[in-house]
Design a protein around this ligand. Structure first.
Ligand SMILES: *[C@@H]1O[C@H](CO)[C@@H](O)[C@H](O)[C@H]1NC(C)=O
Ligand SMILES: *[C@@H]1O[C@H](CO)[C@@H](O)[C@H](O)[C@H]1NC(C)=O
Ligand SMILES: *[C@@H]1O[C@H](CO)[C@@H](O)[C@H](O)[C@H]1NC(C)=O
Ligand SMILES: *[C@@H]1O[C@H](CO)[C@@H](O)[C@H](O)[C@H]1NC(C)=O
Ligand SMILES: *[C@@H]1O[C@H](CO)[C@@H](O)[C@H](O)[C@H]1NC(C)=O
Ligand SMILES: *[C@@H]1O[C@H](CO)[C@@H](O)[C@H](O)[C@H]1NC(C)=O
Ligand SMILES: *[C@@H]1O[C@H](CO)[C@@H](O)[C@H](O)[C@H]1NC(C)=O
Ligand SMILES: *[C@@H]1O[C@H](CO)[C@@H](O)[C@H](O)[C@H]1NC(C)=O
Ligand SMILES: *[C@@H]1O[C@H](CO)[C@@H](O)[C@H](O)[C@H]1NC(C)=O
Ligand SMILES: *[C@@H]1O[C@H](CO)[C@@H](O)[C@H](O)[C@H]1NC(C)=O
Ligand SMILES: *[C@@H]1O[C@H](CO)[C@@H](O)[C@H](O)[C@H]1NC(C)=O
Ligand SMILES: *[C@@H]1O[C@H](CO)[C@@H](O)[C@H](O)[C@H]1NC(C)=O
Length: 567
């Protein structure tokens, strides 16, 4: 296509997306998921749910494998599955699923049987099992195995929220689609359009239009499907990735992009809700593009007499977070023996205890990187975009910090507590903005799973050679700590008004292997070729529940399904 023609097409698209009215569109049928205040509804009834993440669904090799996976999930009463509705490649692979070729500034959709027809099968069978599918349209993470390893290793060792020193670090080459961060995404667009910075995905006009074009292809294909729970604009969007951010990237740029994409999707799909998919990071006190309380109109006889209910909810502020935290710390200290109550000044930094907090680490007066906008995400501002139907957040304590640790508590208790606090905070967000908020992914790496754990921003398994015999030194929690955390977090979500809770991630055995795909019969759970010919298990990026913990975690999910009363 001639460039001039391309640009005039783009210019029209810009104009048309800018003129879409922002009033809420009447949804066509109550069968589609809708919202009422901070709750979801289906067929006129409240619809709280427990879900699971199955990012590899479209990478399965047979229709029967998709059916078997849905069948096992549905057996527990789980009725929402979150999966990837993107699979970008830079060259067409010999085997395996792919949806979009992004190459040298052009994009091509694959609508064949190893392309969007895989997604068609997912939607079709989900409907059969009464399962809703939450579809994520791109990924923040798409690191290359050749990304600077020296750099990555140094970063990992200093940054992973480790309860121990990494034993060994090495890169492995796994089959494509084995890891959740190996399905393409923003950085593939950036690379193949000859750009340098990750955040140009959000701000370069050509990339914004190219991505809108992808969303058009997918969204229009399923616009009438009642099995689509909602559209998720991206998994974990933010300023940074393994491709560097430009220094000027701010949360406002990410919010602005959300507004444009959400406006576009809502203009072509009146049926489904739209969410961000971000990890829910906050930017307390930051300037808002979509403030909760727009400047008051000049007083006049027609001014409303009763204030909007949302103006009554207490806003989230830095002072409130610090005050609530100090109250909790005080309570914990009061429960400790007298001798230990004195030692108030210890702080855990990256898994180690130090006697006094340092300034660099934000000190005990700080709120931490989940609250200060340093991730380039302001999920309150995003949630208040009119076309955004509900909020999202995630909980991965092995990869992020969710506040300052209580110096009186052991490491695991802090992990557990910071998760509870993060969930409670998002329950408050739901209340303040009067929209539902969902926990779209939560997980903790166990010692057994540590060798398979690959952080989202790398291709490296830092604990690949960890032996599971030395439990005093190993990375990861015990199976019983994982079970405690999952059930406590699910409970906290249910009681603090989180409308949907989606565990990360499902696992499935007895799958059909094919060479050169994410499921190949001669690869073990690490995705590496091995001589022992194991049954083909679903991919594991460190959070899969296969193995010893499987029935316990499935039982916990099943209990949660019963408590939300939606089995
Ligand atoms: C909503 O109603 C439709 C049509 O009657 C039905 O097929 C569907 O299962 C219902 N969904 C839920 C979650 O109740
Ligand atoms: C990429 O596209 C440019 C401009 O369309 C063209 O000149 C170039 O040959 C292409 N490169 C490859 C490797 O296809
Ligand atoms: C939109 O996507 C389709 C399918 O991949 C592609 O053929 C077309 O060139 C794209 N258009 C633009 C303007 O990117
Ligand atoms: C795939 O897309 C091409 C080009 O738009 C179209 O001609 C073809 O009919 C489509 N095939 C299927 C199976 O949808
Ligand atoms: C990789 O990172 C190391 C450490 O930061 C640096 O010294 C080296 O120059 C980098 N290599 C490349 C190819 O960028
Ligand atoms: C991965 O993310 C962590 C923060 O979660 C960061 O400190 C680290 O530098 C990142 N590593 C790479 C290789 O980008
Ligand atoms: C945006 O990306 C396009 C396509 O690669 C490039 O030609 C253009 O220069 C970029 N625009 C800006 C402002 O950087
Ligand atoms: C990013 O947002 C800032 C405001 O925070 C704005 O000044 C800037 O122009 C935006 N950058 C781009 C490339 O749109
Ligand atoms: C830490 O957690 C464990 C297990 O949940 C619990 O038994 C213990 O009492 C907690 N310790 C403190 C100091 O709260
Ligand atoms: C486990 O690791 C600790 C700390 O490195 C070490 O002191 C201990 O001897 C190890 N135990 C075994 C059984 O290897
Ligand atoms: C595979 O199927 C067999 C026979 O149905 C069953 O006993 C076994 O538990 C399954 N394995 C896995 C990992 O699901
Ligand atoms: C693709 O599949 C064929 C048939 O199973 C197999 O012979 C071939 O080796 C595979 N290619 C790769 C790259 O694994």
């Amino acid at each position: 296509m001639k460039l001039t023609k391309l640009f005039s097409v783009l210019a029209c698209a810009v104009l048309s997306s800018a003129t879409v009215p922002t009033k809420t569109v009447k949804r066509v049928s109550p069968q589609f998921v809708q919202t009422q205040g901070s709750k979801f509804t289906v067929n006129g009834s409240e619809f709280p749910f427990i879900g699971t993440n199955v990012y590899w669904l479209a990478a399965l090799n047979t229709e029967q494998d998709i059916i078997d996976t849905f069948s096992n999930i549905s057996r527990l009463g789980i009725n929402v599955v979150r999966t990837w509705a993107f699979n970008d490649v830079e060259t067409i692979p010999e085997n395996g699923t792919w949806f979009q070729l992004i190459s040298n500034g052009t994009t091509t959709i694959n609508n064949g049987t190893n392309g969007l027809q895989k997604l068609d099968l997912i939607i079709q069978h989900a409907e059969r099992f009464g399962i809703y599918v939450l579809l994520s349209l791109t990924n923040n993470w798409s690191p290359l195995a050749t990304d600077n390893l020296t750099d990555s290793i140094a970063n990992l060792q200093s940054s992973v929220q480790s309860r121990a020193t990494p034993v060994e670090v090495f890169n492995t080459s796994r089959a494509r689609n084995f890891l959740s961060n190996d399905y393409g995404g923003m950085d593939v667009y950036v690379r193949q359009f000859g750009l340098k910075n990750h955040d140009e995905f959000y701000t370069n006009e050509t990339l914004v239009q190219t991505y809108m074009n992808y969303t058009t292809q997918i969204v229009t294909r399923y616009v009438n499907s009642p099995s689509v729970f909602a559209w998720e604009i991206a998994n974990d969007p933010r300023c940074n990735s393994s491709v560097a951010a430009s220094p000027g990237c701010t949360a406002n740029n990410i919010t602005q992009w959300h507004s444009r994409i959400a406006t576009h999707i809502s203009s072509i799909d009146p049926n489904h809700l739209i969410a961000s998919g971000s990890q829910g990071f906050l930017c307390l006190g930051c300037p808002k593009l979509f403030p909760l309380n727009p400047p008051a109109p000049p007083p006049g006889p027609s001014a409303p007499a009763t204030p909007d209910r949302r103006t009554i909810a207490k806003p989230l502020t830095r002072a409130r977070i610090i005050q609530e935290r100090n109250e909790r710390w005080k309570k914990t200290r009061a429960l400790l023996p007298k001798s230990e109550q004195e030692q108030g000044a210890r702080v855990r930094i990256r898994g180690r205890w130090v006697s006094t907090p340092t300034k660099r680490q934000d000190g005990v007066q700080g709120v931490g990187s989940a609250f200060d906008g340093s991730q380039g995400v302001d999920s309150e501002d995003i949630l208040n975009i009119p076309q955004i139907g509900f909020g999202s957040f995630q909980l991965f304590p092995d990869q992020n910090s969710y506040g300052v640790d209580d110096p009186s508590l052991p490491a695991f208790n802090n992990t557990l507590q910071s998760g509870l606090d993060w969930i409670t905070t998002h329950g408050q967000v739901a209340n303040i903005y009067n929209k539902p908020v969902t926990l779209t992914g939560f997980g903790l790496v166990t010692q057994d799973n540590a060798p398979f754990f690959v952080p989202f921003n790398t291709t490296i398994a830092p604990f690949a050679s960890q032996s599971t015999t030395n439990t005093t030194q190993n990375f990861g929690v015990t199976d019983s700590q994982q079970a405690t955390a999952y059930s406590s977090w699910l409970n906290a979500g249910i009681t603090s008004g989180i409308s949907g809770l989606i565990q990360y991630q499902w696992s499935q055995g007895n799958l059909t292997g094919e060479p050169g795909t994410a499921i190949s019969s001669n690869s073990d759970v690490t995705g590496q070729s091995s001589n022992s010919d194991t049954t083909s298990e679903s991919p594991n990026d460190g959070y899969s529940i296969q193995g010893v913990g499987q029935s316990t975690i499935q039982g916990i999910l099943q209990n949660a399904v019963q408590s939300v009363g939606n089995a």
